[in-house]
Design a protein around this ligand. Structure first.
Ligand code: SAH
Length: 363
């Protein structure tokens, strides 16, 4: 396979050019690909025809292709993207009045075995490259006319995969996304979510350019978390919280804790009180998500009243929000589109309402 443009930082772009080209050519390519978000070699108009043709021979441009797209009546778009090796990965676009959110993937599948998550059933296929992570943002911005330099646009790394197990590529993608001469996003508009890979949190915290941190808590004590998120056997909840305490937050930053509410399992008032005890001393907020149910997931969604009662208890001490379900009519649950696409695409396209939903941004 040819080398790829998207995902390279400036010095690596210089390596793609034919020998003897001046250094400014690399800058022109970098700015065209990331700042102007040109989508193909044809669009590099600062290059003459001969140089463009030489580049076609030398490298692939490297944006993902849309294999399938589904549009929800609530405006959510769900994409199944085809990568160069024909593997597929999901990206979701969720528009709102004052905020647009792109939910992107960091791995194909996921190695973390959370008991309520559909992606977990796939296992890990491979890490995404930095280019495949950036490519999801470029594609989403292009298709929906988003301006990455505006406060309206947000990126959350909450699609398929465990970002902290692919940290080098996640950080490289973030540098390209946040570079003024690159895509131009603010670090405040990108969030990375982890199941709690404790030994990678320090490296994340040390990075000069890094997204905001979100932790998927999902349980109110060690034992319950071990059941729901077996990774807790390796990375204990106690150590995860200690790493959160030690995490170098920027002045404007708070850690977001995400909590999937599973009916009758982790959603009682006592659970909510334990969550307050666990997190009360941290600079943080809590996002509650009622379970997106799905085939093979042995849990139920709690009632709205239960969610609200849980929220009220947490809210006494910690800012606490409920995430809205999105894309109910397009099977937009975590990992769901890909699984359906692999089995019975036509049925999905027509809808049919199994009540599977994506996670919208917190209200
Ligand atoms: N591996 C990372 C990022 C991907 S999962 C992490 O664990 O944070 C992104 C979020 O989706 C997590 O908070 C996870 O707990 C949540 N999630 C997974 N499956 C879900 C489901 N069926 N319903 C609701 N939220 C779910």
């Amino acid at each position: 396979m040819k080398p790829v443009l998207i995902g390279r930082e400036l010095p690596e772009i210089a390596e793609l050019l034919p020998p003897g080209e001046p250094a400014f050519r690399a800058r022109q390519l970098y700015e065209a690909a990331y700042r102007k978000r040109v989508a193909s070699w044809d669009g590099i108009t600062t290059f003459g025809k001969a140089l463009r043709e030489a580049m076609v021979e030398r490298a692939d441009f490297g944006l993902p292709e849309v294999a399938q797209e589904f549009t929800s009546s609530d405006g959510t778009h769900r994409y199944l993207l085809r990568l160069a090796d024909l593997r597929t990965v999901e990206t979701v676009f969720m528009p709102e009045d004052r905020r647009d959110t792109l939910c992107i993937s960091t791995q194909v599948g996921c190695p973390v075995d959370c008991k309520f998550c559909l992606t977990a059933l796939m296992g890990l296929e491979r890490n995404l490259t930095a280019g495949e992570i950036v490519g999801q943002v470029l594609l989403g911005a292009a298709r929906h006319g988003l301006d990455p330099t505006s406060r309206q646009m947000n990126v959350v790394m909450m699609g398929q995969g465990e970002p902290l197990l692919n940290l080098d590529n996640v950080l490289k993608a973030t540098r390209i996304l946040c570079d003024e001469r690159g895509v131009g996003m603010s670090e405040r508009r990108i969030t990375v979510s982890t199941a709690g890979i404790v030994n990678r949190m320090e490296a994340l915290g040390r990075a000069a350019v890094r997204p905001k941190l979100a932790i998927s808590l999902n349980a109110s004590n060690e034992e319950q978390r071990r059941e729901l998120m077996p990774i807790t056997k390796k990375w204990h909840l106690k150590d995860l919280l200690e790493a959160c305490r030690a995490y170098p937050l920027r002045t404007w930053e708070r850690i977001t804790f995400e909590y999937v509410l599973l009916g009758g399992v982790n959603d009682t008032d006592a659970d909510a009180r334990r969550v307050v005890k666990l997190l009360g001393h941290l600079r943080c907020k809590v996002n509650l998500i009622a379970l997106n149910p799905g085939p093979g997931i042995p849990f139920e969604t709690p009632s709205e009243e239960r969610v609200e009662s849980f929220r009220q208890i947490v809210l006494r001490v910690i800012p606490c929000f409920v995430r809205r379900p999105r894309g109910r009519d397009i099977y937009a649950a975590c990992g769901q589109l890909k699984r359906m696409a692999e089995s019975d695409v036509a049925a999905v396209g027509k809808g049919g309402g199994s009540g599977l939903v994506a996670i919208g941004p917190a209200l």
